[in-house]
Design a protein around this ligand. Structure first.
Ligand SMILES: Cc1cc2nc3c(=O)[nH]c(=O)nc-3n(C[C@H](O)[C@H](O)[C@H](O)COP(=O)(O)OP(=O)(O)OC[C@H]3O[C@@H](n4cnc5c(N)ncnc54)[C@H](O)[C@@H]3O)c2cc1C
Length: 441
């Protein structure tokens, strides 16, 4: 059982992970407030054991070779079967690989994100990844039909159902979706795959201010509701940043705010008529100042690449960047960016706001004048936490808690909720060996 887990994990060793780091990373304990628990240190006995179980060539010991597995972003396991719209695969499958497989059956994996070429479905499930089309497909709690999970004691938990309806007792799979590997190790996933939309239109719109963006959003939902698949917001700073750093221009010139809208469906004419009539109305009402639309795949991709290039561009100045991934009610969605820009004016170059506005999910990035220090991070954490609590948002929309936000948990969760979470952790993982330091301090 144990070897099965390791095989899945070491599937990554076959080289599909994108390594953007140019230098050896610092230890987590040097970067964050994490002190080492009472855990064993790896020794030659462990390495011999792994070699016996996995085979010599599947165990990496050279530090340089191992480096890329020790940094986060900044296979091959097999797809077992795909039928009737349910896809069952091993947790180590790369998201893009399984989506390509689904496409051969005219189906789509209901999750799409910038990291799709490198992230694995087990990681997606464990972080409850949302992505670009959550607006259309909903989150993984709705789309994952079943999971196979290895518990901390090595027992395999078989919840790998493929039924859409099964109301027999506790829905244990939900415990593992979004639990960041702290309750069990996901080894297999079954996921429902809807029909792949045949026709996709994308519009890229320029707006005068955020208030107009909110009004446009309302009109979008009203006029395009059933064919909308994504709504992304990009502010001027983010667009200007990728112009300067990545060399990609806005196709419609400079505006204070942009909305990227995607519609998809099975009837090209119907979709286009609806989108065009929405655009006419939004221009007439002076909600939108300018826009461009695309339906040819390469042009659609060009427009999407604007959005995808923002986080890629930030990688180039990573040592000076602070990242927050928050949920904020729409009324305060951009207020918090202005708050942070004001708070940070003496020590920052720029503050960026962009993200999945259709879900109230904001990516808030701060480019500092100097390299990030623990003290600066801690001050920003406190400031943003205070704003998030005031605006009734969440400190983590998509990326989970990890260890960077673990210390904030008692400030955002009621004590009774936190207690049940800790009790569950104790029950599932009494020795604290599954992803230590994550979620709880
Ligand atoms: C360019 C880019 C764009 C992104 N865009 C989005 C987005 O739009 N929406 C969104 O929600 N997220 C987004 N993300 C974050 C993304 O969701 C996560 O990086 C991804 O889902 C994690 O998958 P991974 O395979 O990379 O997992 P890893 O980073 O390897 O792991 C993530 C966590 O899950 C645990 N884990 C991994 N595999 C398992 C397993 N099999 N069982 C149990 N625990 C496991 C790990 O220990 C770790 O705690 C983006 C990331 C990048 C780099």
């Amino acid at each position: 059982m144990f070897s099965k887990v390791l095989k899945t994990y070491t599937g990554r060793a076959n080289g599909f992970y994108r390594n953007l780091s140019q230098k050896l990373p610092e230890f987590t304990k040097n970067v964050f407030d994490v002190s080492r628990g009472n855990y064993n240190y790896i020794n030659d006995g462990h390495i011999d054991y792994f070699r016996r179980v996995l085979g010599t060539n599947r165990v990496i010991t050279n530090p340089e070779d191992a480096e890329k597995y020790n940094v986060d972003w900044f296979s091959q396991d097999s797809i077992l079967f795909i039928c009737l719209g349910v896809l069952v695969c091993q947790a180590g499958c790369i998201l893009e690989t399984i989506d390509n497989k689904a496409a051969t059956k005219d189906l789509i994996v209901p999750l799409d994100l910038g990291a799709k070429g490198s992230c694995q479905i087990g990681g997606n499930v464990s972080t409850n990844a949302g992505g670009l089309r959550l607006l259309r497909f909903g989150n993984l709690h709705g789309n994952i039909l079943g999971l196979e999970v290895v518990k901390a004691d090595g027992e395999i938990l078989d919840c790998l159902g493929t039924l859409k309806k099964d109301n027999t007792g506790y829905h244990l799979k939900h415990l593992f979706i979004g639990s960041e590997g702290t309750l069990g190790f996901v080894t297999k996933v079954s996921i429902q795959c809807p029909s792949r939309p045949k026709y996709i239109n994308v519009a890229f719109l320029g707006l005068q201010n955020f208030n107009k963006a909110l009004k446009t959003l309302k009109l979008l939902r009203y006029r395009l509701g059933e064919i909308l698949s994504a709504i992304e917001m990009i502010d001027y700073c983010s667009m200007d940043f990728i112009k300067n750093v990545v060399g990609q221009q806005s196709p419609i010139g400079d505006y204070p705010f942009y909305l990227l809208i995607e519609t998809s469906g099975s009837n090209a004419l119907h979709n286009e008529e609806k989108l065009n009539s929405f655009l006419e109305e939004s221009l007439q009402k002076a909600l939108v100042l300018n826009g461009t639309v695309a339906n040819e795949p390469n042009k659609v991709q060009d427009i999407w690449s604007i959005r995808e290039n923002i986080p890629n561009g930030f990688q180039k100045v990573a040592s000076k960047m602070l990242y927050y991934d928050v949920s904020v009610p729409l009324a305060h969605y951009y207020t918090i960016v202005d708050d942070v820009a004001d708070y940070a004016k003496d020590i920052s170059e720029r503050v960026f706001g962009f993200g999945h506005i259709g879900d109230g999910n904001l990516h808030l990035h701060i480019q500092l004048k100097n390299d990030l220090t623990k003290e600066v991070k801690s001050n920003f954490d406190s400031f943003i936490l205070e704003k998030i609590v005031r605006y009734k948002g969440s400190i983590s929309a998509e990326h989970g808690v990890g260890f960077t936000k673990a210390k904030l948990m008692d400030k955002i969760k009621p004590p009774s909720t936190l207690k049940v979470m800790k009790d569950l952790k104790k029950l599932m993982d009494p020795n604290g060996i599954l992803n230590p330091y994550k979620i709880f301090i």
